[in-house]
Design a protein around this ligand. Structure first.
Ligand SMILES: CC(C)(COP(=O)(O)OP(=O)(O)OC[C@H]1O[C@@H](n2cnc3c(N)ncnc32)[C@H](O)[C@@H]1OP(=O)(O)O)[C@@H](O)C(=O)NCCC(=O)NCCS
Length: 191
């Protein structure tokens, strides 16, 4: 969770009201990354509609920010009723920041959040030839299995404990402090 991120970026949860930043990030993905993120070609309108649900109940999005701009995201959605134990996760990182450990950091935080929400089965849809995503998922092996034919990987995050809840709370407060610090630094730079 504390590995250095490229370009002094930071990972934190998206706050309410940041759906537009999420939309803009998803729209900035190059065609191949967009295709991989949504397991097929999707129109801008679909992305705009999708991003508008970022603040819906049962959705947790962690973002990777560089100089205040969202450059990567990991979306966790509970599937089914509010207390269901199933969820799905999807990652998107803009090309210039891929292969620098951002996906690893985002997935680690997402698995912690899934665990703390009682999600015991987490689906990750990725195209069969998406080796990077598969390599990434394998790093968090616990209970991971892939169906290379049509896409599905499922991971079973272990159950929440007092410690895992505390780790998420600490990461959240660290994210908040880092975001405030970063915003202040940018203000000073422009002054
Ligand atoms: C797939 C994706 C999320 C991975 O995130 P990332 O930040 O690029 O990945 P990381 O740098 O954390 O690397 C994770 C692992 O992938 C593998 N990897 C990284 N770069 C790679 C490359 N260029 N080729 C093959 N494998 C690679 C490595 O095993 C790496 O782990 P390691 O560095 O410990 O050896 C990101 O590339 C992305 O957003 N791609 C487009 C959208 C997408 O495919 N989403 C997934 C569908 S849910």
């Amino acid at each position: 969770m504390n590995d250095p991120l490229p370009n002094g970026g930071l990972i934190r949860k998206l706050w309410p009201g940041e759906a537009e930043a999420y939309r803009d990030h998803l729209l900035r993905l190059d065609p191949e990354s967009r295709n991989r993120r949504f397991s097929g070609a999707v129109a801008d309108e679909v992305i705009i509609r999708h991003a508008s649900t970022a603040g819906a109940p049962g959705v947790v999005i962690h973002g990777f920010f560089v100089d205040g701009t969202l450059r990567g995201a990991a979306e966790l959605r509970r599937i089914g009723p509010l207390f269901s134990h199933e969820g799905e996760a999807a990652l998107s990182i803009e090309r210039a920041w891929q292969s620098h450990g951002v996906g690893t950091g985002l997935l680690e935080r997402t698995l912690l959040s899934a665990r703390n929400r009682g999600i015991t089965s987490l689906h990750m849809h990725c195209l069969a030839d998406n080796h990077r995503m598969q390599q990434l998922a394998k790093k968090f092996e616990a209970g991971l299995s892939f169906d290379f034919g049509s896409v599905v990987g499922a991971v079973d995050p272990p159950r929440s404990t007092g410690l895992s809840l505390m780790r998420e709370a600490m990461a959240d407060s660290h994210g908040m402090a880092a975001a405030i610090f970063e915003a202040q630094s940018r203000l000073f730079k422009t002054a």
